[in-house]
Design a protein around this ligand. Structure first.
Ligand SMILES: [Zn+2]
Length: 328
């Protein structure tokens, strides 16, 4: 037997709130799980349902055995009383919500309570959202909704107000780093990947299991090496076509500059990109704090320009020439 969320990392606040509500039989009929992608919202939802339906547990125990028929069927997504809407399309259409409502007319098949999970609920078109709203406004006693979103700002306020909001914060870099080290990664690699993960375990795992991370690292190291402004131009033209990596490269570059700012004040202070400490130290004597702040500004400016419709080569040149003489 496993305690309800004991195999899940972090999110103590959300977990405790849910456990308290379930044990006191006060779980809201519509929960809205909000937070960045890849941080475990769906895992928490599934674990919660398992613990509530497990044949070998009680509401007071809130455990999941992972052996009984219910635990198994929930894990493989085939429990008849757990309905999941997970549309591969860009929107959730009103027909999907109407089909769901038809199923909700009948009582649950076997369990005392039925669960409806809607993934990426922000993809509902307005008509679909208004249709769902009716169901949320007139809750029927057997159904618990778990609406999951990474973009709560796209939801109609009326939907949000009908739900109990459960917020999931991104993980700290330390938490992700420790998680990766426990999985056998070296500390240096773990630090670098956690820095790029944006607080998402999903992204961290994706980065750590792919060639992508290696390519980002080698590109980043090329970016650190130009010895002249001509070299900086050449590096910029070599970066053309790597727009998909821009987000991660610019995050690394910004961290590099921030770490240098930290070292400028205190050379013994812990930094994020420990691996690059020697490169940072060798550059410190020829840069001022003001230079570094200007460099951070340029990186942010280029980062913003990549969000829009930018000429890619111009953006890379702006970055490489702007940083030349400061950190190269
Ligand atoms: Zn079970």
């Amino acid at each position: 037997m496993t305690d309800i969320f004991s195999d899940i990392l972090g999110h103590e606040h959300a977990r405790e709130g849910l456990i308290h509500a379930i044990k006191n039989d006060r779980l809201h009929h519509a929960l809205l799980f909000s937070g960045p992608s890849g941080i475990g919202k769906s895992m928490i939802a599934r674990s919660m349902i398992q613990a509530m339906l497990c044949e070998n547990s009680t509401r007071e125990q809130l455990q999941k055995c992972m052996k009984c028929r219910n635990c198994h069927r929930i894990a493989s997504n085939i429990h008849p009383d757990v309905i999941e809407i997970d549309e591969p399309t860009a929107t959730i259409k009103i027909e999907t919500i109407r089909d769901l409502q038809k199923k909700l007319i009948y009582p649950p098949y076997e369990a005392a309570r039925r669960f409806v999970i809607i993934q990426d609920v922000h993809k509902m078109q307005d008509a679909a959202a208004n249709c769902l709203l009716k169901t949320l406004e007139e809750p029927e006693p057997h159904t618990t909704f778990i609406l999951i979103t990474s973009q709560i700002q796209r939801l109609l306020p009326t939907i949000v107000s009908r739900c109990q909001l459960v917020r999931f914060a991104p993980f700290s870099m330390d938490e992700i780093s420790q998680f990766l080290v426990r999985r056998g990664m070296t500390e240096d690699d773990a630090d670098q990947i956690s820095a790029l993960s944006g607080g998402s375990i999903g992204t961290a795992l994706e980065l750590s299991s792919s060639e992508y991370e290696k390519e980002v690292t080698s590109t980043f190291e090329e970016m650190l090496s130009p010895s002249s402004s001509l070299d900086a131009f050449l590096t910029a033209s070599g970066l053309k076509g790597k727009k998909s990596m821009a987000e991660h490269l610019l995050t690394l570059m910004l961290m590099f500059v921030r770490d240098m700012l930290v070292l400028k004040t205190d050379p013994n202070h812990p930094i994020i990109l420990k691996h690059y400490r020697p490169q940072m130290m060798s550059r410190l004597s020829r840069t001022t704090e003001k230079d570094l702040q200007r460099a951070a500004g340029i990186i942010q400016e280029v980062h913003e320009s990549f969000q829009g419709n930018v000429n890619e080569l111009v953006a890379w040149e702006r970055l490489m020439i702007g940083l030349h003489g400061v950190i190269f």
